[in-house]
Design a protein around this ligand. Sequence first.
Ligand SMILES: Nc1ncnc2c1ncn2[C@@H]1O[C@H](COP(=O)(O)OP(=O)(O)OP(=O)(O)O)[C@@H](O)[C@H]1O
Length: 330
Amino acid sequence: MAIATQIKALLKSHVDGDDALFLSIAMQMAAQEAKQGHGKLAKEIRDLIDEAKSNPHKNDTTPIPLVKPKGELGHLLNVTYPKLRLVDMVLSANIETKLQRLIKEHKQVQKLRSHGLAPRKKLLLIGPPGTGKTLTASVLAGELGLPLFIVRLESLMTKYMGETAGKLRLIFDAIQQTRGVYLFDEFDSIGSQRGNSNDVGEIRRVLNSFLQMIEQDTSDSLLLAATNHSELLDHALFRRFDDLIEYDLPEKQEIIAALKSKLAAFKTSKIFWTKAAEAADTLSYGDITRACEDAIRNSIISNKECVSHSDLMFSIKERCLVRQKQQSKP
Ligand SMILES: Nc1ncnc2c1ncn2[C@@H]1O[C@H](COP(=O)(O)OP(=O)(O)OP(=O)(O)O)[C@@H](O)[C@H]1O
């Protein structure tokens, strides 16, 4: 049977991501077993080595098999397999740099680990609605070939708040067991420092459980928390995250890029992009997406072959009115 030093060497080569050394130690073990008369075991090890050689890990982002949470976990997590890429987003230079760095770190996780380091993996995403926080989670999952798990907060925060810490435990066990991108959307409902006076003690307990679990997490999963209300977050939370990404409404050039990208699926006649961007300057990316979809939909329904400048301006103005009404609500 294999001796402890060989097992140690095997594990070390695995941690270092040194496949050649791993297989060579395994070959030595097969030879040793054969010498000791364990022919069947030796053959089984050699067959496994042959299989590993003919099917090497291509890189660290080999897609993992499809998973679907079952039982209680199925109520808490919603899984998808996004195919989106960074190029599908319009990004400020600052956010793009941060996301590219994160993707590189996760694609080269073994290299970092061989130096005793871990990739950045706990991100706090803050910013107004429709500015790309959820889209970022999809893009990271798409770029890394990982499943995206969105935590269903309405199932987590039941009226029986005492159950919430147990449910959080289930989620953190899944984070450990299944590598993926895990998004806690509307995170302020857990991370808030306030709460109404009845449940403030319970919310505090849930927050403390979350803080403990995030601190103890040693998985290779990415853990994202997104909120539109960073001002409500407990200050203790900020330092538990490896990076903070701040989203904002798009600037003029970003609006133009978003309009062009969202209209790309349909023909357009001459559009005055700067004028359209000026009209849309209070809108989020989410609103711009809807305005473009409205304009395309209207053109199709009216049997037009393309979206004209006035069609687009009409849809943008409609969206601006919706936004104004939302903002005037108390
Ligand atoms: N940076 C972006 N580039 C291109 N499209 C974007 C971008 N951000 C958002 N969108 C578009 O807007 C839609 C809504 O964005 P998303 O759901 O990511 O917003 P959010 O910040 O998570 O909002 P909320 O806080 O309301 O959940 C996306 O599905 C996408 O079509």
